[in-house]
Design a protein around this ligand. Structure first.
Ligand code: ATP
Ligand code: MG
Length: 269
């Protein structure tokens, strides 16, 4: 895990799943740089089962990546989601990819938290059956070259690109002008790779969304006005930060506190 996480857990979900029609290839690891030289081919994370809200951002991403150019010539599309740790950038990206699974031929999901994790991911791509016959060797450069040669509408996600500088990240973009690149980062200066128009700061959830998330995570009914009123006080105190709201809900769901007592306990510890 990246040492600068604001909340523990923000990077801790490399789980699995296959997403509908698109061929999703998740290339990442949750061991930091401990295995720099190894290819890593774990399974694809799903968005949280409690995924809530963010409809405007997802709609914007869909519009951006679906738009056809006026001149009919397909050019590579780029987009950056930036914002503080735990604000929900990776989750939004996962939900977007899930929703758009019919749109992309293949999705390469790269853990971009360091050069080491990116290299592991690229080496993992070399192990794909469809890549193997087209590769000069099993190097990261070969993987990039292969991706760059794809004729289909692939997407490459560089997730958690927090510690590399923009030029350091850019060297891992596949050659050519096809495909789609989506970056998530805490570093807003990554927008020099995508352009400011093709960047969006992810900020806190809307209060209504945060209330819904808290109640889902607490396993409490969102039709109770009493629960909603208590939830409203809690999410305001947590600045509607999704990671904090989700964790508060898990605490309540565990039985360690009930929703009415949570704030007292939180404020006194
Ligand atoms: N829309 C959402 N619905 C439900 N839970 C969410 C949502 N967004 C975020 N979360 C919760 O908050 C946690 C952190 O979100 P996420 O990893 O997307 O943040 P991030 O901005 O990518 O953080 P980092 O900069 O550390 O990578 C998730 O693991 C999930 O528990
Ligand atoms: Mg993230």
């Amino acid at each position: 895990m990246n040492g600068t996480n604001i909340f523990p857990g923000a990077h801790d979900f490399v789980v699995s799943g296959t997403i509908n029609a698109a061929r999703i290839i998740n290339i990442s690891n949750n061991f930091g740089d401990s295995a720099k030289s190894d290819a890593v081919m774990p399974l694809m994370p799903n968005p949280s089962t409690r995924f809530t809200g963010r409809t405007e951002i997802i709609a914007k991403l869909k519009e951006h990546f679906s738009a056809t150019p006026n001149d009919g010539v397909q050019k590579r599309k780029y987009f950056l989601l930036h914002g503080m740790g735990g604000i929900g950038k990776t989750q939004i990206c996962l939900k977007f990819i899930e929703d758009m699974s019919d749109h992309f031929s293949t999705v390469f999901w790269i853990d971009a938290s360091s050069a080491g994790t990116i290299l592991q991911g690229l080496k993992g791509i070399c192990l794909l059956p469809e890549a193997k016959s087209c590769l000069v060797d099993r190097s990261p450069e070969s993987a990039l070259h292969w991706i760059g040669s794809l004729k289909e509408n692939y997407a490459m996600v560089f997730d958690n690109a927090d510690s590399l500088s923009p030029p350091e990240l850019e060297v891992y973009f596949p050659p050519g002008r096809r495909g789609n690149i989506l970056i998530t980062s805490r570093n807003s200066s990554m927008q020099c790779l995508t352009s400011p128009e093709n960047s969006l700061e992810v900020t806190e959830m809307e209060e209504n969304e945060a209330i819904l998330l808290l109640l889902k995570a607490s396993c409490l009914s969102s039709s109770s006005m009493d629960f909603k009123a208590e939830a409203s006080k809690i999410v305001k105190e947590l600045f509607c930060l999704p990671l904090a709201v989700d964790q508060a809900g898990a605490f309540i769901a565990s039985g360690a506190s009930n929703i009415g007592d949570y704030l007292d306990r939180y404020l006194h510890h």
